[in-house]
Design a protein around this ligand. Structure first.
Ligand code: HEM
Length: 226
């Protein structure tokens, strides 16, 4: 049995919730996005206009899209305010420290020890997350431009005047769609590598990193606690 003193509460409910809501929305968006890009399933023939499979998939794509946008905004708010996100904020200090970069790369080349980090992410992880967030912001922005061309009332109508210059700056609606599609690939690659590394660290590191994102608790071997 794990003794209580080895447990440490590290991820707040909001952090875990934002993680899983983003995971679900990204999976739904990738699956429905592939369908919208290339309609690979069509309903059986019917003379009644009741099938609307494409419209239904688009509806779920847009619902998941707005979920992703809301959760991302909330997550960015948490990064700056949540007390459990302090180690994410502190990671910025490691990110701007050239020595840590040097030691981290040296470690990956099997030439030295892992550097002592102030925060939760090493500089390469931090850079990867900055890149991931820029891709999510890009895909959300281009998604909203595609959305406002389909839904002209409410939010779509409101965004129309604001985002038209962005659309022109990106090279027109067809280009917006291409950018939206291309931005999906780094997100897919990130997701696959992320899941692989989470499982790898959990199994090899035996510190329950996957359990932490579910329960919030990390368990340490006494000598590993830092
Ligand atoms: C991880 C996030 C996302 C992924 C992977 C994704 C993927 C895709 C893909 C592959 C397409 C088809 C593009 C093509 O025709 O080649 C698409 C279309 C679209 N996406 Fe996204 N998307 C994401 C986020 C969003 C967001 C945040 C919104 C905004 C609400 C959005 C709204 C749309 C709309 C309106 C279309 C056009 C649907 C149509 O043509 O009828 N997407 N998406």
């Amino acid at each position: 049995m794990i003794k209580k003193r080895l447990l440490s509460y590290e991820l707040s409910t909001s952090l875990r919730l934002t993680h899983w809501l983003r995971a679900v929305s990204i999976v739904v968006l990738i699956m429905s996005g592939f369908y919208l890009a290339y309609v690979f399933v069509t309903p059986g023939h019917s003379n009644e206009p009741i099938l609307f499979l494409n419209a239904k998939v688009r509806m779920w794509h847009i619902i998941a899209g707005f979920l992703l946008i809301c959760v991302t905004i909330f997550k960015i708010y948490l990064i700056f305010t949540d007390k459990y996100s302090i180690r994410e904020r502190v990671s910025f200090l490691d990110f701007i420290n050239p020595k840590i970069w040097f030691y981290q790369i040296r470690y990956y080349l099997f030439l030295g020890k892992h550097p002592e980090l102030k925060g939760i992410y090493n500089p390469l992880q931090f850079a990867t997350y900055v890149f991931l967030y820029s891709m999510v912001i890009l895909i959300a922005l281009t998604g909203l431009i595609l959305y406002m061309h389909v839904y002209h009332h409410g939010l779509g109508g409101y965004l129309y005047d604001i985002l038209r210059p962005v659309e022109a700056w990106m090279g027109g609606l067809a280009m917006v769609r291409q950018i939206h599609h291309l931005a999906m690939w780094p997100i897919i690659i990130f997701t696959v590598v992320h899941v692989y590394m989470a499982v790898f660290n959990s199994v090899m590191g035996r510190d329950g990193s996957i359990d932490t994102i579910i329960s919030g608790y990390r368990f340490y071997k006494p000598e590993k606690k830092h």
